[in-house]
Design a protein around this ligand. Structure first.
Ligand code: ZN
Length: 500
């Protein structure tokens, strides 16, 4: 306590182009090692790189979606360093005059809107991949990833907690997926995040100690690498915060260095002292021309941007009249938002929905939202699959929801039906027929059960007659229990009222 963290992130995102950034080799993931290489991406002597126009277009698209200004002129630079996965011994990146700068992303933290400024978004090429575990005591190199287009997104040190860092990454990922420039798959390495963190006494604390305005001074920053998930980023930052505070309390000096996150031990380990920018001997790439970015082209790209998550969330709560919280979850990924809208659309087209009043429609929108957020998301999580691979299609879910609405299917039975629908992709009406799961709507049969329940609960009956409305709900529940959830609740309601 008494300390605050200052966090900045560097996010590398692989662009979803078919070919590499400076040659025509394929970027397809999972190909045989070193099968997607050529003299350009292997850095053989005498070759010339040529910029992939789609990579530039995607980078501009991402920069615009993050509210960055696109530079009129931009250049590539050589970042010089030796590493076995970098055959040229330099990476083509951008240093001075990057593609874009000065953007921002809004995040919600403690229920309040907060701006995280984006320093820059620039283009660069990826390096190869070292494989340490394939052959004992050896390291193999796969150059397929060499020259795959990346954008690097750098934030200002505006992030104040590990939680905020995670929040920012989730929003960034969703924006990039919405605009379709990257699949942001962390397992396949198409989204990677490094973090810079330092701690300093918080403002209140500095005041208390009578140190005056020193709260503005930044502590020594440490870079953390090797975090493979948003959760890992949060955990690594939490660990690092604790480590640095402990060191400061013990009067130790914090070293500017790069540390690796060890996922299994949940600690960060010192890797090397952090290099400064001048260690890389950046200089303008002589093999590539200056990029003059046409304003009209930029404007055309701006106009082609789809509805972004924030705007879609606002539209969901406005048009479908669902709570902000629901709208936030449903628009957290483009695929999930599409799923919800397709569901609503299918339900509207169904003959039952046509007779709906706007009020009933609103209730229905909320019910579909509830079902997706509870049942569907749970099944997806348990099966560890993405919504795009989900067999239960929106049309099938819409049909099931109308069956619940018509009283053919009880909510309890629907849960079972849905599990099967999720596994097989079959329609609810088919599953019901196959398993003879139809609701009991036979009044004669239900009256017998209703009478039995009334006899067993004289106290509750008394309460109801005294005007306690809630008592009815309890009695309905008892009938449902007796019929193992198969009784039609509307009819049970009607019969109970008549008998009472
Ligand atoms: Zn190539």
């Amino acid at each position: 306590m008494g300390y605050e963290a200052i966090i900045g992130l560097e996010v590398h995102v692989q662009l979803k182009t078919k070919s590499k950034i400076f040659c025509s080799c394929s970027t397809e993931f999972g190909a045989l090692p070193n099968s997607q290489v050529c003299p350009v991406c292997l850095g053989l002597p005498g070759v010339l790189p040529v910029l992939n126009k789609t990579a530039l277009e995607y980078a501009i698209k991402a920069a615009l979606a993050l509210d960055c200004r696109i530079a009129k002129e931009s250049i590539f630079a050589r970042k010089n360093y030796f590493y076995p996965d970098l055959p040229k011994s330099y990476q083509i990146s951008q240093y001075e005059e990057p593609l874009s700068s000065k953007g921002f992303v809004d995040i919600i933290t403690d229920g309040k809107l907060k701006k995280i400024r984006i320093t820059r978004v620039h283009l660069e090429e990826d390096a190869g991949k070292l494989l340490h575990e394939e052959v004992k005591d050896s390291t193999l190199i796969d150059f397929n990833r060499c020259g795959v287009p990346l954008i690097e997104i750098v934030t200002e040190p505006d992030i104040k907690s590990p939680r905020e860092a995670r929040e920012f990454l989730a929003i960034l990922k969703s924006i990039l997926q919405y605009i379709g420039v990257s699949d942001c798959n962390m397992e396949e390495g198409s989204l990677r995040c490094d973090a810079n963190i330092s701690v300093r006494p918080s403002k209140e604390e500095t005041g208390k100690r009578g140190n005056g305005e020193t709260g503005k001074e930044l502590g020594v920053k440490v870079e953390i690498k090797n975090m493979n998930s948003f959760k890992a980023v949060e955990k690594a930052l939490e660990y690092e915060m604790r480590r640095q505070i402990k060191a400061l309390e013990e009067g130790k000096r914090i070293v500017q260095e790069t540390r690796l996150w060890d996922e299994n031990k949940e600690i960060t380990i010192s890797m090397r002292t952090k290099e400064e920018a001048h260690d890389y001997r950046y200089f303008p790439e002589p093999d590539l021309v200056l990029m003059e970015i046409d304003r009209e082209w930029t404007e055309r790209i701006r106009k082609s941007l789809p509805e972004l998550p924030e705007a879609r969330k606002a539209r969901f709560s406005r048009d479908y009249k669902i709570p902000d919280y629901d709208a936030g979850i449903l628009t957290s990924s483009k695929e999930l938002a599409d799923y919800y809208e397709e569901c609503i659309e299918a339900a509207r087209r169904s003959p039952v929905a046509d007779r709906r009043s706007p009020v009933a429609g609103r209730k229905f929108n909320k019910e579909i939202a509830n079902w997706i957020m509870s049942e569907l998301l749970r099944e997806l999580k348990e099966g560890n699959i993405g919504i795009e691979e989900c067999k239960a299609r929106p049309q099938a879910l819409a049909e099931m929801m109308t069956l619940i609405d018509k009283g053919i299917l009880s909510r309890k039975m629907a849960k079972e039906v849905f599990v099967e629908m999720f596994e097989t992709g079959e329609k609810a009406s088919w599953i019901i027929k196959k398993r003879s799961l139809v609701q009991i709507s036979d009044e004669e049969a239900l009256t017998k059960i209703v009478d039995k329940i009334l006899k067993e609960n004289p106290r509750v009956v008394e309460d109801y007659k005294k005007g306690k409305e809630k008592a009815l709900g309890y009695l309905v529940g008892q009938v449902m229990k007796e019929t193992k959830g198969r009784a039609n609740p509307q009819i049970v309601n009607k019969l109970l009222k008549e008998e009472l």
